[in-house]
Design a protein around this ligand. Structure first.
Ligand SMILES: O=C(O)C(=O)C[C@]1(C(=O)O)C=C[C@@H](O)C=C1
Length: 130
C-alpha cells in the first residue's frame, strides 16, 4: 500500500535520493504515530507521482494544440472552451466532494501555464518565418 508506483523510473539505477521517511517530526512523535503517518504518506507519494505523470501527459497534449494553433494562426486562448471546462470541472468537483473553488483555481493555474507555452510556440513559429 505504501509502495511507490514506478520505482524503476530512474532506469533501475539505485540513485533516487528521495527519502520517504524524511521528516522534522521524528523526535516529537510517538513511534506508532510516526508509523501511521509514514504509511499514509506512502499513499500521498503515490498520488503525487500520479499527478506528475498525469500533468506531463496533459501538457504533451496541449503542446500539440499549441503547434496546431501556431501553424493556423489561431489565438492562444479560447475563452468559450475555458468557460465550459471550468463549469464542468466545478460540477465534477462538487460530486467528488472537492472544493469547486479550488478546482477552478487549479484549472486556471494550469490553463495560464498552457497559454504561456502557446505564446512561446507561436513566437518561435513566427520567428521561423511561418
Ligand atoms: O483547447 C485549447 O484550445 C487549448 O489551448 C487548451 C486549453 C487547456 O489547457 O485545456 C488552454 C487554453 C485555452 O484557452 C483552452 C484550453
Amino acid at each position: 500500500m505504501s509502495q511507490q508506483i514506478n520505482p524503476q523510473a530512474d532506469g533501475g539505477a539505485d540513485t533516487d535520493p528521495y527519502d520517504p521517511t524524511a521528516s522534522s517530526l521524528a523526535d516529537t512523535v510517538q513511534d506508532e504515530v510516526m508509523a501511521e503517518l509514514l504509511s499514509i504518506r506512502g499513499s500521498i507519494d503515490n498520488f503525487d507521482a500520479t499527478l506528475v505523470y498525469l500533468l506531463a501527459e496533459r501538457f504533451k497534449a496541449t503542446q500539440r494544440v499549441g503547434h496546431l494553433k501556431a501553424v493556423h494562426s489561431l489565438p492562444p486562448s479560447d475563452p468559450g472552451r475555458e468557460k465550459a471546462q471550468i463549469e464542468r470541472l466545478r460540477r465534477l468537483a462538487h460530486e467528488a466532494h472537492l472544493d469547486p473553488e479550488f478546482a477552478e483555481k487549479f484549472m486556471n493555474f494550469i490553463i495560464s501555464e498552457v497559454i504561456r507555452h502557446h505564446n512561446t510556440i507561436s513566437a518561435t513559429h513566427a520567428e521561423s518565418g511561418n
